[in-house]
Write a protein that binds this ligand. Structure first.
Ligand code: ADP
Ligand code: MG
Length: 469
């Protein structure tokens, strides 16, 4: 296995790469001014046609790293599937599909199709008959299509395993093996992963040919993440979370638990205490999951409580705090958890609640970290205000979405036009298949619902309700 130099020059422009002028123009339009480190390290390798194993933390721009490469090889005049991306979950597949579509928009006719479970087969089969250049999906559903004969693989020249570590966690090894065995031998295979568990070697030995390896050490700017450790009795662990929130009053917090049961208990308690908390776990229906993620990422939910598996791969930009409600046995997972905060120019808090039995784990994490941890007492935590901690935004749900060809601009137009709100009062707008989620300033929530219901969007009456309180 070859290893390329670990740290590429920072801030290299995309124009260093052999990309078309149209692609460079798209990147400039998207505000991608320079390559992220993982892009700078992997694109020269993938554009040259080599297989690749790339490891870099969540949020480092891995999607574009493979998307640019597969788009570069694509022949839009050929009407067959030429690239396939395997992802662990539907959400991640949706995110990847969106990113590929955005990057492909300079080319008129590139069709990108998502193939995931939880959605009916028939429309997917119909879309495949109409032709797609790129398919993005979960291993199980892709396998179903292969078995039915609805997905033809002979034209595939790029196979991507995205979030490979998580696909292994979820037990997809055999499905991946089957799908890969059905792809042409003469293809390029790219494997992307946030961590590097032992199973990755097994995957790559089986499916990659003489891959180059790019690993970007997970180094956080530790000055931006302030870590604090609190010793707790097991009986006070969940109560301590609310005390942290009342004391530090972070607008957005991701709380990690080691088990689903703990997630549920914590959410129940936080809600009873008046916090806006939501849980993310495997048992949610897809629609519920979408709603949870939308509300958290648009800042209308204060606390998202999740297990590592549920939270992996999610791209959440602004997070004031991470709380380790339980300590993970794996120091790398700890680093990954706290690295969710302190992104870009912002500072972030990382709090860890530690019982006596977990001291050994913290010892390992401390060794891995190098340097001593800062311990504090729960008794220091006093509510910083009498007011309830509320998220800055609320989410409105509007019936109608992509199916009705709604675009974020339509909603923004309605709110800032006739309804008379300012752009600053409107947050993220997520257009989903059947509905649209609109974040607005908490203070104007009710009024925004009313004015949208009284007015029109794209010349039509709409139905809007408040999703969060
Ligand atoms: P990962 O897969 O490593 O978790 P993503 O591919 O989801 O990361 O990218 C994280 C975010 O960074 C996305 O919102 C994406 O649009 C943005 N992004 C990717 N590449 C660039 C770039 N070169 N410049 C600016 N933003 C970028
Ligand atoms: Mg990713």
């Amino acid at each position: 296995m070859n290893s390329s130099p670990a740290q590429p020059p920072v801030g290299a422009p995309f124009s260093d790469l052999p990309l078309s002028p149209a692609m460079l123009a798209t990147l400039a339009q998207l505000g991608y001014d320079e390559m992220t480190p993982i892009q700078a390290a992997s694109l020269p390798v993938t554009l040259a046609g080599h297989d690749l194993i790339a490891q870099a933390k969540t949020g480092s721009g891995k999607t574009a790293a493979f998307a640019l490469s597969l788009l570069n090889r694509l022949d839009a005049r050929r009407f067959d599937v030429q690239a396939m991306v395997l992802c662990p979950t539907r959400e991640l597949a949706d995110q990847v599909t969106q990113e590929i579509r955005r990057l492909a928009r300079a080319e008129e006719n590139i069709k990108v199709l998502t193939l995931c479970g939880g959605a009916p087969m028939r429309p997917q089969v119909d879309s495949l008959i109409h032709g797609a250049h790129v398919v993005v999906g979960t291993p199980g559903r892709i396998l179903d299509h292969i078995d039915r004969g609805s997905l033809e693989l002979a034209g595939i020249n790029t196979l991507v395993l995205d979030e490979a570590d998580r696909m292994l966690d979820m037990g997809f090894f055999d499905d991946i093996a089957y799908v890969a065995s059905r792809c042409p031998r003469d293809r390029q295979t790219l494997l992307f992963s946030a961590t590097y568990p032992p199973g990755i070697d097994k995957l790559s030995q089986k499916f990659l040919r003489n891959p180059q390896e790019v690993k970007l050490e997970e180094k956080h700017d530790s000055s931006k993440i302030r870590q604090r450790f609190y010793e707790v009795e097991n009986g006070e662990r969940l109560q301590a979370v609310g005390r942290l929130l009342d004391h530090f009053r972070p607008a957005s917090t991701l709380a990690f638990c080691n088990t689903k049961a703990r997630c549920r208990d914590l959410v129940d308690l936080l809600r009873a205490q008046g916090f806006q908390a939501l849980a993310l776990h495997g048992e949610l229906e897809q629609r519920e999951r979408d709603q949870v993620l939308v509300q958290f990422s648009n800042r209308s939910c204060s606390v998202l409580v999740a297990t590592d598996v549920a939270a992996r791969g999610l791209d959440i930009a602004q997070l004031e705090a991470v709380i380790n409600v339980d300590i993970t046995p794996d120091p790398e997972v700890h680093v990954h958890r706290i690295g969710r905060t302190g992104r870009a120019d912002q500072e972030g808090w990382a709090f860890s609640l530690v019982s006596m039995e977990e001291m050994g784990r913290v010892g390992n994490i401390e060794q891995h970290h190098g340097g001593e941890f800062e311990w504090h007492a729960l008794a220091e935590l006093r509510p910083a205000s009498d007011e309830r901690l509320l998220p800055p935004m609320v989410t409105l749900q509007m019936l109608g979405g992509r199916k009705e060809k709604i675009r974020p601009g339509d909603i923004l137009g309605a709110l800032t036009g006739e309804a008379g709100f300012t752009k600053e009062q409107i947050g993220k707008i997520n257009v989903m298949e059947m509905s649209t989620y609109i974040a607005v300033d908490r203070a104007i929530g009710r009024e925004a619902v009313k004015r949208l219901n009284d007015g029109k969007v794209k010349g039509k009456k709409v139905k809007v309700r408040m999703l969060t309180e």
